[in-house]
Design a protein around this ligand. Sequence first.
Ligand SMILES: Cc1cc2nc3c(=O)[nH]c(=O)nc-3n(C[C@H](O)[C@H](O)[C@H](O)COP(=O)(O)OP(=O)(O)OC[C@H]3O[C@@H](n4cnc5c(N)ncnc54)[C@H](O)[C@@H]3O)c2cc1C
Length: 368
Amino acid sequence: MVAPHLRVLVVGAGIAGLAVARTLRLAGFRPEIIERSARADGPEFGLYLPGNAERALREIGLDDPVRPFGQVIRYQRFLDAQGRELCEVDLDKLWSGVGECRALPRSDLHRVLLSGAGGEVRYDTEVRALDLHPDAVTVTFGDGSQAEYDLVVGADGRRSSVRALAALGGLARPAGHIVYHGVVRGGPPLADWTGLLGERAAFVAVPMGADRLHCYADEVGTATPTDPLARVRELFGGYGDPVPAILGALDRVWVTRTDEVELGAWSRGRVVLVGDAAHATAPTLAQGAAMACEDALVLARSLDRSATVREALESYEYRRRPRIKWVLDRTRDRNRTRDVPPPLRDPLLRIRGNRIFQEHYRLLVDPA
Ligand SMILES: Cc1cc2nc3c(=O)[nH]c(=O)nc-3n(C[C@H](O)[C@H](O)[C@H](O)COP(=O)(O)OP(=O)(O)OC[C@H]3O[C@@H](n4cnc5c(N)ncnc54)[C@H](O)[C@@H]3O)c2cc1C
């Protein structure tokens, strides 16, 4: 086992950073965590967690605290743009023996992870420079102060500075979609994940309990519009039920470009990347949180079971690569279905959609 008095810095207190801090604490380490933004909760965003996210949370002892939040989702219903049924995925069956699927506010998951990580985060703090030595890293923070660590974990998201400062990779690459998301209160009652597939665009609504819907829509493209709400109304105004009622209740949407990060290596010296910093994908399969928590589990296990830090970092990457590649490849497969004209695609999805969509998660049903 790598010595537990290793000085570890986790950069980024998002899902990956807090999950890593949690698993490292469980393994006996005492990591420091820094976060660039202020402590305040951001706007209300929703999150859909497939069954393997619950399994990963269970393995880090945080599934019980998450359970009171959001809503369990039992079916994914795929509809055409007019709102007619294409196919349905039985999620309890797909994730049987793995975990429940859940939609919840991102801030609730964040709070659970934060308390699981010990709650001590230095906010308003970022990394300005990294000096890599053979067995240590000198970190220069935004205020000019410096400290030395035995391991720096870059959990600073798809636009990671740690990735750039450690020369592990540059900018994230646009994945080809613009994503709109927001939370609706008082929209139509929905029991299931409900997605309407249009031409080069899709609209998804997922109930989060307490009369809230997590709405997520996307279109092919790379430039974000100046008025996202108007664009959503224009794009999806002609869609069938339940979209009109949701659009009627939607008063704010956030817009972002989807990104991919694909790297030749996830570590250099004593710097290692986790979560989106290492392997962001478009969120089509909603695997970001699950992959971040699985990374955290595998990294902590690797440190626990290896004789040296180098061996642990190699083992972490070796074990995570196949699943991450699967997610990236299946995300691209799923996104390509957007480019197929509905008159060709929809008849196929009516017959085989159930099998096609389940297949995207096949490898992920197995443990990390
Ligand atoms: C629109 C959208 C919808 C999504 N929906 C889902 C979903 O339903 N389900 C799902 O599982 N995934 C979803 N994802 C993906 C998911 O959000 C990400 O995969 C996940 O947040 C990755 O976590 P992370 O901790 O790696 O990165 P982030 O969540 O980006 O966290 C990184 C943290 O690092 C901080 N930071 C950044 N730079 C620095 C720095 N230099 N120094 C210090 N701190 C820094 C940031 O402030 C942030 O707190 C979605 C993504 C998008 C864009």
